[in-house]
Ligand binder design. Structure first.
Ligand SMILES: Cc1cc2nc3c(=O)[nH]c(=O)nc-3n(C[C@H](O)[C@H](O)[C@H](O)COP(=O)(O)O)c2cc1C
Length: 173
């Protein structure tokens, strides 16, 4: 039987909350990825950029904007050797400049994703999924990109019901 893989990108540092910026040990996307891993008894992989992003929210926004505008593909610290044996990939990331952070593009473009099902889960502060679903459709050639789940960042800790119901509707549990 094919296994499920949870892949996430969620750099540590300052994160936005309605009552101000806070430095977090674990980003919102990571919190959700860990919940999904637990529910699905899945394997998990963290996408990490070789060059870490600034801790400061505003500085991170500047670097990420430049990468987004230039269509950069930041180098990653590592990859999974291959994605063989995983038909279903739950992909969790924060919305950055209306889409996925560029290291997520780097990761996905490294693999042949033909016939894989991709379930995108995006944390955000108002943009929802942004353009990420259509970007995923463009770069994941031959994959089945399912409609995503958008979770407002500050609610990541308490998203269990929403998350379980998304995974259930998509036949993963
Ligand atoms: C570089 C950067 C760009 C962002 N761009 C957006 C955006 O375009 N739309 C949005 O709703 N939120 C945006 N946000 C907010 C994050 O998506 C949100 O805070 C998310 O919950 C962070 O998840 P994390 O803790 O896993 O990094 C941005 C945050 C950063 C750091």
């Amino acid at each position: 039987m094919s296994k499920i893989l949870v892949v996430f990108f969620s750099p540590k540092g300052e994160t936005y909350f309605p009552d101000g910026y806070k430095v977090v040990e674990k980003g919102n996307a990571q919190i959700i990825a860990e919940k999904a891993k637990e529910i699905l008894k899945a394997d998990m992989f963290e996408i990490r950029a070789e060059q870490s992003y600034p801790q400061s929210y505003n500085e991170c926004c500047k670097v990420a904007k430049e990468e987004h505008m230039m269509g950069k593909r930041p180098k990653l610290l590592g990859y999974m050797q291959n994605l063989d044996g995983y038909d279903d990939i739950v992909l969790v990331y924060p919305c950055w400049w209306g889409t996925m952070p560029m290291p997520v593009f780097t990761f996905l473009e490294h693999y042949d994703l033909k016939n894989k099902n991709i379930f995108p889960i995006c944390t955000h502060e108002g943009s929802g999924m942004g353009n990420s679903e259509s970007d995923l459709n463009q770069i994941c050639d031959g994959a089945n990109v399912c409609a995503g789940l958008a979770i407002q960042g500050a609610t990541a800790q308490n998203c269990d019901t929403k998350l379980k119901s998304y995974l259930k509707v998509n036949g993963l549990v």
